[in-house]
Design a protein around this ligand. Structure first.
Ligand SMILES: O=P(O)(O)OC[C@H]1O[C@H](OP(=O)(O)OP(=O)(O)O)[C@H](O)[C@@H]1O
Length: 162
């Protein structure tokens, strides 16, 4: 869906600035059309996710990173990532009640590099017995084609274009 949109100069420039800010190897942060629920990793993913959700008039669910246990009694689904681009093992999660078996989920983020966070989100969607549509990112910096295929990643730009 995002890949069908023309890439504006502003978007390309924004991604390039982000790339420079993080160094040449890194980047800038989940979501669903057609009745699906966009999900988004804070913080950048949480800027993009709601915009995509508004565009498709569907719900948005934030994927929280390393959530601090709160006082509420809600049940959370949580998964720990494999090492991400910063070699971190992050615990990602969302309230169980927010994603259910009838939902179709598109993961929206600004950047994907190892695919660690998107992979954890994929497992969370499976835990919720919902359907994973794929991952839509602004920049694809994946090194592995296997991850791209497995998670059905679609991006506006490849990191080589920055
Ligand atoms: O493919 P991976 O290796 O998992 O990396 C991708 C993630 O890394 C960045 O988020 P970051 O953790 O830097 O936080 P941010 O969302 O606050 O930018 C990016 O926004 C993705 O969420």
């Amino acid at each position: 869906m995002l890949a069908a949109e023309p890439v504006s100069d502003g978007l390309r420039e924004g991604a390039a600035v982000e790339s420079r800010a993080r160094g040449s190897t890194h980047r800038p942060g989940a979501a669903g059309p057609d009745g699906g629920s966009p999900t988004g990793c804070r913080t950048r993913g949480c800027l993009l996710g709601p915009l995509v959700a508004l565009h498709f008039d569907v719900g948005f669910v934030e994927v929280r990173k390393d959530r601090v246990a709160s006082s509420d009694s809600d049940v959370w689904l949580q998964r720990t990532t494999p090492p991400d681009y910063q070699d971190r093992h992050l615990t990602l999660g969302f309230r169980k009640s927010l994603v259910t078996s009838g939902d179709r989920v598109l993961f929206v983020d600004d950047w994907i590099e190892t695919g660690g966070q998107a992979n954890a989100a994929h497992l969370l969607v499976e835990d919720a017995e919902a359907t994973w549509i794929g991952a839509a990112t602004v920049v694809d910096a994946l090194h592995s084609n296997q991850v791209r295929r497995q998670l059905n990643v679609r991006s506006l730009l490849h990191v080589r274009e920055l």
